[in-house]
Write a new protein. Structure first.
Length: 188
């Protein structure tokens, strides 16, 4: 009986320490040291939250840069983060990619990240090639020069982390926010 009582005490103490005290301590430290990251890197504009820098969002208008397609839930659903797990010959996948190609096609080869979802389905970034691919459409829709759009993209390219990790990328939300700041270029 003594051993059962000791086991129960250890279970309760361990559950409290690891299930309540430790998570609360780590949460408090995160809130003190890096509040923005701990709260999802929310982006605000004019006092209103418009999105997260680390979770993709759908941009569908022709006057905005488009994100990668999402396979998470009904699209960019952080509670259903996952890829489709479809194989390359799966009809559902090939049909979805074909529809994306039809939507994005400008008459020349499309960067793969504009027609395929990321593993999480929440990727907020596209490749520089995907951003530059969309530049002619954006320039035409917004009635500004393609050179101005290309310069905007070049300023938004984030390099590899530590110079070696990952690939250069462009955050679509940040790019669209920068696009909306170009004087005299209201979305049409």
């Amino acid at each position: 009986m003594k051993l059962v009582r000791i086991a129960c005490i250890y279970t309760v103490v361990t559950a409290f320490l690891l299930g309540i005290a430790y998570p609360l301590a780590i949460t408090a430290i995160a809130q003190l040291i890096m509040k923005g990251k701990a709260n999802g890197q929310m982006v605000t504009r004019n006092g209103e939250t418009i999105g997260s820098a680390i979770i993709g969002q759908p941009f569908t208008g022709d006057n905005y840069f488009h994100s990668r397609p999402s396979a998470a839930g009904t699209g960019y659903d952080a509670t259903a983060s996952s890829g489709s797990n479809y194989g390359p010959t799966n009809k559902s996948l090939t049909d979805r990619v074909a529809a994306s190609v039809k939507t994005e096609s400008a008459g020349y080869p499309i960067p793969v990240d504009l027609v395929t979802a990321s593993a999480s389905g929440l990727d907020p970034d596209i490749t520089p090639a995907a951003a530059y691919y969309q530049a002619p459409r954006i320039a035409q829709q917004r009635h500004i020069s393609q050179d101005m759009i290309s310069a905007l993209i070049a300023r938004q390219i984030q390099p590899r982390q530590l110079g070696i990790l990952g690939e250069p990328r462009v955050n679509v939300l940040a790019l669209n926010l920068a696009l909306s700041q170009i004087p005299g270029n209201a979305a049409r």
